[in-house]
Each structure stands twice: as structure tokens, then as C-alpha cells.
Design a protein around this ligand. Structure first.
Ligand code: FES
Length: 149
């Protein structure tokens, strides 16, 4: 109570006594437990973080059933390699390149952005080139490349 404990305790005692006796007390509204209202900004933060958690869990559970031969030139898709989600991109020469789709920022699973030809993270917006290099943060490290040889 920041040095107001003695004063507050006297008011609390009076208030409790009045509540028991069902009397009005001018301090009731100040000390009511429901006096806190969640700041709209905080509500937004909570909602945003719930969305991040949803993407994080959804991405970890996903096991894409995509065949490598179904990936066209210039296209990327989430695939499953050795039971784990990965990203596959076929370049213009027909070679496939694989990346770990775990975002290097906080671990969400990146998704292929077909119009930008980037791996985009749904959680905080990091973007990566098809080969995994960072295009835009907050991530600062590239996606890990996977070598199937
Ligand atoms: S987890 Fe990917 S940008 Fe934060």
C-alpha cells in the first residue's frame, strides 16, 4: 500500500463492518474487487498472444501429405520429411531445396507465400527467401537448410 497501510487498514475495517451490517459506505466503490477494468490494449495483447499460440500449436501438429513431384517450378510447399514438417521449394532448374519451417524468431511454423515467393511466419511476420535467408524480421537468423543427401 506504499506507506498507506495503516490508513487503508482502518478504512478496510470500517468498510467490512459496514458491509456486514448492510450499511452504505463512501469507500465501497474504491475498494470493490471489481474496480479493475481490463485495459483495451491489454485485451488486444492477450488476444494476439492467443492467436500466436494457436499458430504455434497448429503448425507443430501438421504433417503435410505432399509429394515432391507435385511441387511445380518456382513453387514452395510444406512437406513431411522423416516425420517432421519441412519446407520444399523447387527452383527454375527443377532442383528442390528444403528448409526447416520452424521460424528462427520464436518457433512458429512458416508458411509458403505464393504471391511473394517467401516463407512467411504467421506469428510475428518474419519473412524468409525460399532458401531460408531472412527478408524481414523480427527473426535475424535464416531458416535452417535441410540436406537430404
Ligand atoms: S515466431 Fe516467427 S516471427 Fe515470431
Amino acid at each position: 500500500f506504499k506507506k498507506w497501510g495503516m490508513t487503508s487498514s482502518a478504512i478496510a475495517a470500517t468498510l467490512l463492518s459496514d458491509l456486514v451490517e448492510k450499511k452504505d459506505n463512501p469507500y465501497e466503490s474504491i475498494f470493490t474487487p471489481s474496480r479493475f477494468h481490463l485495459n483495451p490494449g491489454l485485451q488486444k495483447v492477450i488476444s494476439y498472444n492467443a492467436d500466436v499460440a494457436k499458430h504455434l500449436i497448429k503448425g507443430k501438429l501438421e504433417k503435410p501429405d505432399v509429394q515432391f513431384e507435385d511441387i511445380a517450378s518456382g513453387e514452395g510447399k510444406a512437406v513431411t520429411i522423416n516425420g517432421r514438417r519441412a519446407g520444399a521449394f523447387r527452383d527454375e532448374t527443377g532442383c528442390l531445396h528444403f528448409v526447416d519451417t520452424t521460424c528462427t524468431h520464436l518457433g512458429c511454423e512458416v508458411e509458403w507465400n505464393d504471391s511473394e515467393h517467401t516463407w512467411d511466419c504467421p506469428c510475428h511476420g518474419s519473412r524468409f527467401k525460399p532458401s531460408g535467408e531472412v527478408v524481414e524480421g523480427p527473426a535475424i537468423k535464416p531458416l535452417k537448410q535441410i540436406d537430404l543427401d
